[in-house]
Design a protein around this ligand. Structure first.
Ligand code: KG4
Ligand code: ZN
Length: 367
């Protein structure tokens, strides 16, 4: 598994823990490579409710985290955490109760082993996971597109993120999921729209690309969702069978509508990234990360844009776009190599609040 990832030359042996939403995931970085990882997704449980139920998510993390860590360590031949030098954990943003489970576990684990703990910004970790595909050459631009966030960053140096733009309402993934719901697709619907879109032809005149009539780098997707809802209501689309979803046999009109939605979102994201590029000097890499970065058309559009502008394009492999412990362990190693750690009393940061850069100095692993 580690052969598929770009390796880091050195750094501490780090246990990474991710519990910010509906994936319980743990991973180990050792000797500059991913030594092991386990991901348990709660999607089947939450899909019954059509969205993540925070209370259930916390309980599932609590039930699963210790068995997952034990199994990871067992498989790595470190049953009692032998050799672990650092524990990294998602600090936020995320669901508060879910974060608290991971953070309490990480702090206790670190204290029991007598090693430092580091609270990682989940959004930054998604972008750092681009390095699983190759080194980021700085300065870089980073677009983080997930179920909860659409953040566009200037990344002047390693581990430095300056926010250039963000969504004012729905995140890109939320737009995909809400539109998928209108079409009676399973939850979360982004990947089903992606699948159907590949079999359809987009109509670029059907929907206006949202929130471009300004000069900023922010996003707004709620208008697109309303436009699609009105279109669905007025065009008597054939109903899809949710329980027996099969992209190949879906009606062509649905495939075409998905291709249109996908193309509209991809081109909107690209347009704001193009603006960001014009505002920043010397950019060398374009990074695309987060769950929505798994979208095949979005990856195509962004890699074409990077090639046209002589830039390097990096996105994690599709299985590392969603939430995973590997990106948290990796971010922990990166931060530790910059001489940083967290104090034991750091707090969880819920969605909607900024994660502070309040690291403490820990020269032990500094390069
Ligand atoms: O990063 P992530 O796993 O969780 C958050 O931190 O939010 O992102 C989940 C989001 C969901 O909205 C999901 O529908 C979307 O990523 N997603 C996709 C695709 N795969 C996952 N959206 C579009 N195309 C995909 N292939
Ligand atoms: Zn995420």
């Amino acid at each position: 598994m580690s052969d598929t990832l770009n390796s880091v030359s050195s750094g501490p042996v780090c246990l990474g823990i991710e519990t910010s939403c509906d994936e319980t995931s743990v991973a180990l970085w050792a000797g500059g490579r991913l030594e092991g990882e386990l991901v348990h997704t709660q999607i089947p449980m939450h899909s019954v409710f059509g969205g993540v139920v925070p209370e259930l998510a916390s309980r599932e993390h609590l039930r699963l985290l210790d068995p997952l860590v034990s199994s990871l360590l067992e498989r790595a031949g470190r049953p009692a955490g032998e050799g672990i030098e650092l524990v990294a954990v998602t600090r936020g943003p995320g669901l508060l109760g879910a974060l608290l489970v991971g953070i309490a576990y990480a702090k206790s684990f670190a204290q029991a082993l007598g090693v430092p703990v580091i609270g990682v910004n989940h959004l930054h970790a998604h972008l750092m996971a681009c390095e699983f595909s190759g080194p980021i050459e700085y300065p870089a631009l980073g677009l983080l597109v997930s179920g909860g966030h659409t953040h566009l960053y200037h990344m002047p140096r390693e581990c430095e993120f300056e926010l250039l733009g963000r969504t004012l309402d729905d995140a890109a993934g939320e737009a995909f999921d809400k539109i998928a719901k209108l079409l009676n697709l399973p939850y979360p619907g982004g990947k089903y729209i992606d699948e159907l879109a590949r079999l359809g032809t987009p109509d670029l005149h059907l929907f206006t690309r949202p929130y471009l009539n300004n000069d900023n780098c922010d996003f707004s997707f709620s208008g697109l969702k309303t436009a699609v809802a009105l279109h669905v209501e007025n065009s008597a689309l054939p109903a899809l069978d949710y329980a027996d979803f099969d992209a190949a046999t879906a009606p062509q009109r649905i495939k075409d509508l998905c291709a249109t939605v996908n193309e509209t979102i991809a081109r909107t994201l690209l347009e704001k990234t193009r603006r960001a590029l014009a505002r920043c000097t010397g950019v060398r890499t374009v990074c695309l990360a987060g769950g929505v970065a798994a979208n095949s058309r979005l990856r195509q559009v962004f890699s074409g844009f990077a090639a046209d502008n002589g830039l390097k394009f990096l996105a994690p492999a599709q299985n590392y776009c969603g939430d995973n412990g590997a990106m948290i362990a990796y971010a922990g190693v990166r931060l530790a190599r910059m001489g940083l750690a967290s104090s034991m009393d750091f707090e969880a940061i819920p969605r909607g609040r900024n994660v502070p850069d309040d690291y403490i100095v820990n020269p032990y692993f500094k390069e």
